[in-house]
Each structure stands twice: as structure tokens, then as C-alpha cells.
Ligand binder design. Structure first.
Ligand code: COA
Length: 249
């Protein structure tokens, strides 16, 4: 299988086709407490309240709420640009059968299919929304040394160098790059860890897609994928984005 080369992480791209929003843990806590008390949670739509009632653990509820609040902040902004003023509770952020997020408006309009991406980590939520002609995937992870057994599974030899063993920032960054691409492609768990490779050349990386990830990328019209990756306190926030042909839409 031929590898696919796209823009290296950190390479400058003049115009960003996406916007990001974050949600702090305490904001999500208020929504989670209302759901747990069966009290009206104004930020949530009826469909979201139903989805929230099925979440199995308090942690999952708080993560879920943080992602939704970040997404609603962005979507509210996007819709206002189009002259549509909606309350957060009018917007439903739901998941398709593969887990990918989309937003439904009261008039039945849907925003999604790769233009909305969510992540949550340690109570924080982040969302990215991109232009309709683009694709986006976002991932947020706490910097922490990963177990050797996990690193061996996750990283292909071409993504690894001995110095990374003592570099939890780079270990975490690599993981967020992979996850952000898997969200942009909307493959989630259906691709193997090595189907998305960030091949190391010195201190730079280039994206290579293989197997199911390569097939999916081709089906999307093979758009070049770009990255923004930055530290956020003790976390790494990575966005993968692409603009171009999308033959599936
Ligand atoms: C989506 C995934 C890639 C990341 O999940 P995660 O890092 O555990 O959790 P995050 O908080 O960063 O992201 C979760 C969000 O991803 C989104 N998501 C789930 N499946 C998705 C998919 N197929 N496509 C796009 N986004 C998806 C959802 O919005 C979800 O949040 P929600 O359920 O509250 O709406 C998940 O498939 C996963 O757990 N993968 C495990 C590792 C893996 O196989 N990675 C592949 C790349 S190497």
C-alpha cells in the first residue's frame, strides 16, 4: 500500500477553515448536576436530555456535557453569522451510528458530516466547527507518560525514536494527532492504530494513511490534511483539518 503524504504537523497554512471553543469543567458540572437532579437543564434540548439520562457514569455525563457546551457556543456563533438567533437548548448535539457528532436545529437542518468535532478530557471539553466545504477533527489529552505496552501498540516503528521514551509531551502529541485524524475521517475505532501514521523525520512528522484510513480519505476526495497542535496548560490540543474535494457529500 502506498503511503499518503500530506502537510506536516505545524506547517503554516494561511487561512484556517475552522473555529475552536473550550468548556471549563465547572461549566459542565452545572449541567451535569441539573441532569442528575432531574431538574430542567436549560442548555440542553429534549433530545439531549434523553441522551444524557442514558449515560452510565457521572464522569461520562460531565465529559459529554463539556463537549456539548463547547459545541453550542461555536454553533450559536456560526448561526448568528447567518442571522439565526437560537438558544443553546434549541440546538441538539447528537451522535450518528458511528459515534460522530452532528447538530440538529429546530427546523430539521443538520450541521455535521465532518464539520463538527468534539473532544473531552479531565472535565474539559473542546469543539471545532469548520466551513461546509472543509473537514475537522479535534482531540484533547492530558500530558502523562504512557505505559510501554500501550506505546508499543499505538506507535508504528516509523513514528518512534528512543528519545520519546522519556518525553510524555511527544507521546501525548502523537496520540492526539492520530485521534484528530481518525475523527476528521470519521472512522473512529474502525481503523487500526497503524493505519494513521505520523512518520518521524528528525523532529518533524508527515502523515501517512494506510488500510481503512487510506480508503476513507480517498472516498472523501483525498484532501490534504493540515494540523495545529499546541499545549493547553497540562494538556495537548490538536486539530486536524482539510479543505477540498469531498465526493461523499
Ligand atoms: C473517537 C475516538 C477516536 C476518540 O475517542 P476518545 O479520545 O476516547 O475521546 P474524545 O473525548 O477525544 O472524543 C470523543 C468524541 O469523539 C466523537 N466521536 C466518536 N466517534 C467518532 C467518529 N467515528 N468520528 C468522529 N468523531 C467521533 C464523539 O463526539 C465523542 O464525544 P461524545 O460521545 O461525547 O459526543 C474513539 O474512536 C476511540 O476511542 N478510539 C480509540 C483509539 C483508536 O482506535 N484510535 C484510532 C486512531 S489511531
Amino acid at each position: 500500500m502506498n503511503p499518503v503524504e500530506t502537510t506536516r504537523p505545524g506547517a503554516a497554512v494561511l487561512e484556517k477553515p475552522y473555529r475552536l471553543a473550550m468548556c471549563r469543567p465547572e461549566e459542565a458540572e452545572n449541567v451535569a448536576l441539573a441532569v442528575e437532579a432531574l431538574a430542567p437543564a436549560e442548555m440542553l434540548s429534549p433530545a439531549e436530555r434523553e441522551a444524557a439520562s442514558k449515560l452510565k457514569t457521572p464522569k461520562r455525563l460531565r465529559d459529554w456535557a463539556a463537549g456539548r457546551l463547547a459545541a453550542k457556543r461555536l454553533l450559536g456563533w456560526r448561526l448568528q453569522q447567518a442571522g439565526l438567533y437560537l438558544k443553546p437548548g434549541d440546538i441538539s448535539v447528537l451522535n450518528d451510528e458511528g459515534g460522530a457528532p452532528y447538530a440538529e436545529l429546530p427546523n430539521g437542518a443538520v450541521i455535521g458530516s465532518g464539520t463538527l468535532s468534539l473532544t473531552h478530557c479531565a472535565g474539559w471539553g473542546a469543539a471545532a466547527v469548520c466551513e461546509p466545504w472543509a473537514l475537522v477533527g479535534v482531540d484533547l489529552e492530558t500530558v502523562a507518560p504512557r505505559a510501554a505496552s500501550f506505546l508499543e501498540l499505538m506507535a508504528h516503528d516509523s513514528e518512534w525514536a528512543p528519545w520519546m521514551t522519556s518525553d510524555p509531551v511527544e507521546q501525548t502529541r502523537l496520540w492526539t494527532l492520530k485521534e484528530a485524524v481518525s475523527k476528521l475521517l470519521r472512522t473512529g475505532l474502525s481503523v487500526g492504530f497503524h493505519d494513521i501514521r505520523l512518520v518521524l523525520h528528525g523532529e518533524e512528522r508527515t502523515l501517512e494513511l494506510h488500510g481503512a484510513a487510506l480508503e476513507r480519505w480517498r472516498a472523501l476526495g483525498a484532501p490534504p490534511i493540515h494540523f495545529d497542535s499546541r499545549p493547553e496548560e497540562d494538556r495537548i490540543l490538536t486539530v486536524a483539518y482539510a479543505a477540498g474535494a469531498r465526493s461523499d457529500r
